[in-house]
Design a protein. Structure first.
Length: 253
C-alpha cells in the first residue's frame, strides 16, 4: 500500500450533524450509533475533502497515511445500492454510470442545488458591452496544458474552478489580468494525475505567485486541496492565495 490523502475524524469534536455525509458524493461517511461521523470504508474516500467546508466544528481534516487506494467503481456500486442511480452518477471518477440521470432540482449536494438568483432585468434598450479579454495563453484546461510550456516560467498563476469565470462578472479584470490560467473541475473531471501535474508545474517554473479560485460549494474545495497537495509534493515553498466566489457572483473570501 502507498501513502495517500484520506479523511480523519476527531470524534471528540464531531457533533453528529451529518452535513459531511451529504457533502460526500462517494458515500464514504456515515453517522454511527454514538452520533459520530465514521468512514464506511477507506476505499470509498477520494481524499479531496469535499466534506471539510461543511463541517461546523472542524472535526474533519485530511491526513496522509498508508492505506488502500480510492476505488471509484466500488464507491459507485456502494452509492448505487444505498442512494440510487442519480446519486451514483455523481461519484468522483466512476465510469459505470449507465444511462444519464434525470436532472435534480433540489436536495443532495448543496453545490448541485438549483437556485434562482432573481437578478433584475437590464433596462430596455441597453446594449451589452464586451469587456476586454485578459486571457494570455492557450490551452487552459489542466488535462491539456504542458507544465513545460514557456509561458509558465516566472508567471503569476491562477488555477480556477470552471464555474468561477461564469459566476464572477469581473473575473477577467479582478482575477485573470496579468496571470496565466489553468482551469479544472474537481467534481466532473477525471483528476487522475492532477496532483502530479500541478506539482511538476510548480517545480519547473519558479512561479511568482499562485492563486486558486473556487466556488463556495463543498465539492469545489477539492481543487484547493489538490493544489495544496501539489505544492507540498513539489518541495517549493509558495504561498497559495485562495479566492472563494459565491453563487451570487460575489467574492466571499
Amino acid at each position: 500500500m502507498a501513502k495517500r490523502k484520506i479523511i480523519e475524524i476527531d470524534r471528540a469534536a464531531c457533533d453528529g450533524c451529518g452535513l459531511c455525509t451529504t457533502a460526500c458524493m462517494e458515500g464514504a461517511l456515515r453517522i454511527d450509533g454514538e452520533d459520530k461521523a465514521v468512514l464506511v470504508k477507506d476505499i470509498y474516500c477520494d481524499g479531496l475533502g469535499a466534506c471539510l467546508d461543511v463541517c461546523p466544528t472542524g472535526a474533519l481534516k485530511i491526513v496522509e497515511r498508508e492505506i488502500a487506494g480510492y476505488d471509484a467503481e466500488a464507491a459507485f456500486r456502494h452509492v448505487l445500492e444505498t442512494r440510487g442511480r442519480d446519486a451514483a452518477a455523481r461519484v468522483h471518477g466512476a465510469k459505470s454510470t449507465g444511462r444519464k440521470p434525470a436532472p435534480r432540482l433540489e436536495g443532495g449536494c448543496p453545490g448541485s442545488r438549483a437556485v434562482d438568483l432573481n437578478r433584475p432585468a437590464a433596462p430596455a434598450g441597453r446594449k451589452a458591452v464586451s469587456g476586454r479579454s485578459e486571457l494570455g495563453q492557450w490551452p487552459i484546461q489542466l488535462h491539456l496544458i504542458s507544465p513545460q510550456a514557456p509561458f509558465f516560467k516566472n508567471a503569476d498563476l491562477l488555477i480556477a474552478a470552471d464555474c468561477t469565470a461564469f459566476a464572477l462578472g469581473i473575473f477577467h479584470a479582478e482575477l485573470l489580468r496579468g496571470r496565466k490560467l489553468v482551469i479544472a473541475c474537481p467534481k466532473l473531471d477525471d483528476p487522475s494525475g492532477y496532483v502530479e501535474k500541478l506539482a511538476e508545474l510548480i517545480t519547473l517554473n519558479d512561479l511568482k505567485s499562485l492563486t486558486v479560485a473556487i466556488m463556495n460549494v463543498p465539492c469545489c474545495s477539492g481543487l484547493y486541496h489538490m493544489v495544496d497537495a501539489a505544492s507540498e509534493a513539489s518541495g517549493r515553498a509558495i504561498l497559495i492565495r485562495k479566492v472563494v466566489v459565491g453563487i451570487d457572483g460575489a467574492i466571499v473570501a
